[in-house]
Design a protein around this ligand. Structure first.
Ligand SMILES: Nc1ncnc2c1ncn2[C@@H]1O[C@H](COP(=O)(O)OP(=O)(O)OP(=O)(O)O)[C@@H](O)[C@H]1O
Length: 249
């Protein structure tokens, strides 16, 4: 299997703050990668570099063998949950249709094919019956499902999620994670998350980022020094539950 994303020696500075320092990261087709790290560690910045939204001062990023800008229609992006981001009248179907724009261009008319793809994406996320509802009327978890549908509607090769469940209640989070489990066989997934338990259950590879990339590889092999740097037991990353808690008595 080939690499979907190749980040090579990327350095990123905001004014005098160095946020990414010589980051090298290869993401293979079929990976479900969890990116973890402390607040301000550069996780969202790295995603923006991969999406081509910001340019690094040094280094290169390739997405499917080309530049992030040229590959944009092949990337599905689900941003952090923002409760006020859609406080204007737009229904669920229209939000998902917007995801077709990258593929066809901004001012093209939507075709039968676009509508069929929209239906299929809404079905995948089990939100088809909400097609005519205003997005502003939905719960946080339902909105994020719609955003996944919007990301999937262009049939991307990679799905990038930035803390997708922050601000969503626990039940809805569980449902959302079940949906990701279903999607993992269909698309390469990269997810930034602080929810270590969920990450450990869902992903197969971990990247630990704190300015530098401390570790990238199997979640079972995260080195002990990450525990000190991240304040997060490596057993929690590997198994979802700290070993020493499991064997307390
Ligand atoms: N546009 C910007 N201009 C200046 N500084 C920025 C900008 N965006 C982010 N930063 C700073 O860069 C650092 C890394 O931010 P980033 O959002 O990438 O971290 P993060 O790992 O995603 O953090 P969190 O876990 O808190 O979401 C932070 O110190 C942040 O304040």
């Amino acid at each position: 299997m080939g690499n979907v994303i190749d980040v090579k020696d990327v350095w990123l500075r905001y004014k005098d703050l160095t946020v990414l320092e010589s980051v090298n990261l290869s993401i293979e087709e079929g990976d479900f990668l969890g990116i973890i790290g402390p607040n301000g560690g550069g996780k969202s910045t790295l995603l923006k570099v991969i999406l081509g939204l910001i340019k690094p001062q040094r280094g290169t990023v390739e997405v499917l063998g080309t530049t992030p800008e040229k590959a944009r229609h092949l990337i599905g992006y689900v941003p952090q949950y923002n409760p006020s981001s859609l406080d204007f009248p737009i229904n669920v179907r229209e939000v998902v249709l917007m995801g077709r724009m990258g593929k066809k261009g901004l001012f093209q008319k939507y075709t039968e094919e676009d509508h069929a793809a929209t239906k299929k994406a809404l079905k995948t996320v089990e939100m088809l019956e909400y097609s005519d509802r205003q997005i502003g009327e939905l719960s946080g978890g339902q909105r994020q499902r719609v955003f996944i549908a919007r990301a999937l509607v262009s049939e991307p090769k990679v799905l990038i999620l930035d803390e997708p469940v922050t601000g969503i209640d626990t039940m809805m989070q569980m449902e959302f994670y079940e949906l990701l489990k279903k999607l993992r066989s269909r698309v390469t997934i990269v997810m930034v998350s602080h929810d270590i338990s969920a990450v450990s259950v869902l992903v197969d590879k971990i990247a630990c980022l704190n300015g530098k990339l401390h570790y990238h590889g199997s979640k079972e092999l995260v080195p002990e020094d990450v525990e000190q740097a991240y304040g997060c037991p490596v057993e929690l990353i590997a198994h979802g539950v700290p070993h020493r808690v499991l064997h307390k008595h």
